[in-house]
Design a protein around this ligand. Sequence first.
Ligand code: FEO
Ligand code: CA
Ligand code: CA
Length: 689
Amino acid sequence: MTTASREPRMLLPLLTSGPHGSRSHLTCQFRCGNACDQPVPNTSTNGHVRDEISKAVARRSVLQGAAVGTGAMVLAGLGSAPAAAVPATTPAGVARAAVGKDLGRTSFRPVAPNKRDAVVVPEGFRSDVVASWGDPVEKGAPRFDVRRQTPDSAAKQFGYNCDYVGVLPLKGDRALLVVNHEYTDPNLMFPTDLYPEDTQKEIEILSHGMSVLEIKRGRTAGSWLRVSPSGTRHNRRISTRTAFAVTGPAAGDPRLRTSADPSGRKVMGTLNNCAGGMTPWGTVLSGEENFNQYFDASGDLDPRYADSYKRIGVTGAGRGWSSVDPRFDLTTEPHEPFRFGWVVELDPTDRTSTPRKHSMLGRFKHEGANVALAKDGRAVAYMGDDERGDYLYKFVSRDKMKKGRGAAARRHNLTLLTRGALYVAKLTGDGTQDGYDGTGEWIRLTSDTTSYVEGMSVADVLIDTRLAADKVGPTKMDRPEDVEPNPVTGKVYVALTNNSNRGTTALPVDEANPVGKSMTRPALGEPLREQSGNRNGYVLELTPARGDHASTTFTWDLMLVCGDPAAQETYFAGFDKSQVSPISCPDNVSFDSEGNLWISTDGNVLGSNDGIFRVPTKGALRGKVEQFVTVPRGAEACGPLITDQDRSLFVAVQHPGEVDGATFETPASTWPHTDDFPRPSVVVVHKHA
Ligand code: FEO
Ligand code: CA
Ligand code: CA
């Protein structure tokens, strides 16, 4: 194994389990406003696949029987059936090239579960830090000094808690790295009592957003380096100082108007950006996720919005940010929360472009959005609403994508996400005992001109998408996160992270959500123990009818029921469970040019650090989960992204050291070991020279 540089020994505060699983209470507080402590916000009675629990349990034993004896083969390369004629979902040059398929094809010895304060990769590979919290992004950004942070410096430096990673190739050896900065943690960012409280809040607000960084190839194949801000015209920091335009039918709606923006069409900033995706026309999408937690809802609220606030979780006192920006106080600005919770589109190649919030893709806790092309060339964006018991969505554009990179095609393609139709998914079990599988339909909620939800206008559906979906009977899922089409096979993969409430009366198990009790491990080396709920998550595979992303029906199966291979409930697409790595809490998914699935995890409840896994999706090795990376203590692994002819794996290491009891002075991690405190960073993993 190789690791990042020196790795000092540290004492770890004790972790307790509870509704948060292994995830630190700090992470829960600052990332999602303790969403798991709130009641499940979906109290609608629709949408359960009405299979009896006993049938689901019976099916499990069948699956276990089927899991034996399929994985004894060892191949030099992974299954490599010819690619289906499915349009690429990533820009040319990224993840689709036909040569040098190092990461997709190479055999490696999987990384063992561990609690090291390091990025651990298999022998023969190494990891390099590309960008860390505080690194200069914009020209004139000061050198990072943790004791001299200012709001102005934060607005120009690499933000906190990197999540989504996109890489868009430029000419020659250059590319643009686009990164989300999801949330902040003042306990780890600031020396105790050094800064006035309001200064801290301003720094935190400006440490959210996105970064665009020019990078260039290093000497070793697969390695990448940051270009200095003075050496590029592309670098850009997106923050609450950046104006966004709202597009689509909800733009200008009275509910989006505020005293600072009477038009309802211009929003300053983007918040809690989690995952995202690259479009076939060369832009980046980013999901505004747990935006609800930033607003102070403790005063007298406008009763017109009570149901809306409740369904999206706008409750409580927020972060106290209204002391530095009154727009976060709902007693004076009741409409501000309606200006977040959208999918954002950014053109990283033009630093003067105005990023946009596309109302046509609905408003909910957007994990991210990934676009594939329908057979006729329309754009189809797949999306998850990351909440226990919420839904899967897709958007289908009205217009077709124009090919080519000319200015006219580009102008046209930038309008694709402004008109079309929004759908929500209903999954039905097939009732047979040959696996967790069945059929599904995409239920149309609205087009840009006509609402299909009784009693709700087009704008109503787009602004209160959860309330609209509740009325049409979709399936309540276990925290749908990344939803991403496989560019090689055309199938669509959904990371369903976990759901501590699955299996309760309010949220019974069904064929698409079959685990209501899970085996978890309180610490490495300790025995598995049973916990209520779906603690380890699933990977769901959707097959669009006729291989067309625009079709309104699909078949589905649970490709992975995650957890420890020794636990009865786990399932690895029928692959031999004695030959797979334990995996817990899948979060983001990505693909190499072989069509292998790469999965990042967030919240491992098997005693190990989180990490990145490779899984073939076809051939004899389908379901062979192998751990490729573990990330440092307290961190979740984000991204991931395979680029550069499959030689590079980009991984965002988010919230290293975010462990209960940790503070700036008593860190639980010092990764990447450049300082005596942790710094969230993007790394690239590649082969040794
Ligand atoms: Fe930010 Fe859904 O994780
Ligand atoms: Ca994430
Ligand atoms: Ca997540």
